[in-house]
Design a protein around this ligand. Structure first.
Ligand code: BTN
Length: 265
């Protein structure tokens, strides 16, 4: 697989010699963190054919069956403070949309903050994790992306079958995973170059892709449930919501469900 990915990457791509392939692993994000702590360089890419413990946001798991998806983590070492990376997940989502469009010919939407969707089905998820040094600056940033590639709907576990999709299920074609992985590496490397100076332009692109805007939403935070309408993405990547009852707030955490998707009716 690694050789195949190389054939899709331009010669001299700066991350080409930093790609690590594992047939099976617990979680590429966990592996990326371990390598970061051992001093692995900026641009290290960890890919696996299968994850036995793929992790998602909010402590969830990410179903990662063998040879059916892309399970990738990229290790970055930007020299900045965490506040300057507040938009990292948004930037990764736009890069992932670009990669899917380039490799599969369809442009997914983004369900705020970190899901790539097509129609009402989730194609991909993103999990970003930061490590800080003693001065409180970034020591490492890990962008983990899982993309469902070859599954058909009956292949998904029953609990996600109504909401999950893959590149194959939505396009009717089998897209080579190496092509998707290479496109993702290229787009993430471009994203990395523009990360600290291209935030406003990137957030404009995020707003265009974001399917949450204009929708009725439900916000779950702990025991608290609130309903409202999603209005905008602010300049930090937070979701601006007009809540029923009259207040308008920027939401940066919690689980936002869109009415009509993933079982919220
Ligand atoms: C989510 O849907 O909440 C995020 C899912 C992120 C999954 C990817 S797969 C590669 C990387 N390794 C992990 O354990 N998680 C991310």
């Amino acid at each position: 697989m690694k050789q195949e990915i190389h054939t899709f990457l331009p010669a001299g791509h700066p991350w080409k010699d930093r790609i690590l392939w594992f047939d099976t692993i617990g979680s590429t994000n966990t592996q990326a963190k371990a390598l970061a702590l051992q001093g692995a360089p900026h641009g290290t890419v960890i890919l696996a054919g299968h994850q036995s413990g793929g992790r998602g946001r909010l402590g969830r798991s990410f179903h990662s069956p063998a040879d059916a998806g892309i399970y990738m983590s990229v290790l970055l070492r930007p020299e900045c403070h965490p506040a300057e990376l507040i938009h990292l997940t948004c930037a990764a989502a736009v890069a992932a949309c670009d990669a899917v469009e380039g490799a599969a010919g369809i442009r997914p939407g983004i369900k705020w903050t970190n899901d790539l969707v097509y129609g009402k089905r989730k194609l991909a998820g993103i999990l970003t994790e930061l490590g800080l040094d003693k001065q409180g600056k970034i020591s490492y940033a890990i962008i983990g992306i899982g993309i469902n590639c070859s599954q058909q709907i009956p292949d998904f576990p029953r609990d996600i079958r109504d909401f999950a999709g893959s590149l194959a299920s939505v396009t009717g074609r089998n897209i080579p995973r190496a092509r998707v992985a290479a496109a993702l590496i290229e787009r993430l490397e471009q994203m990395d170059r523009e990360l600290l100076r291209g935030k406003d332009a990137m957030l404009d692109r995020y707003r265009r892709d974001c399917v949450t805007l204009g929708q009725r939403i439900r916000l779950l935070r702990g025991e608290e449930v609130r309903y409202g309408t999603a209005l905008d993405i602010d300049d930090q990547g937070a979701l601006v919501v007009s809540f029923d009852g009259g207040t308008t707030e920027a939401v940066s955490s919690g689980e936002v469900s869109i009415r009509g998707m993933y079982g919220y009716m």
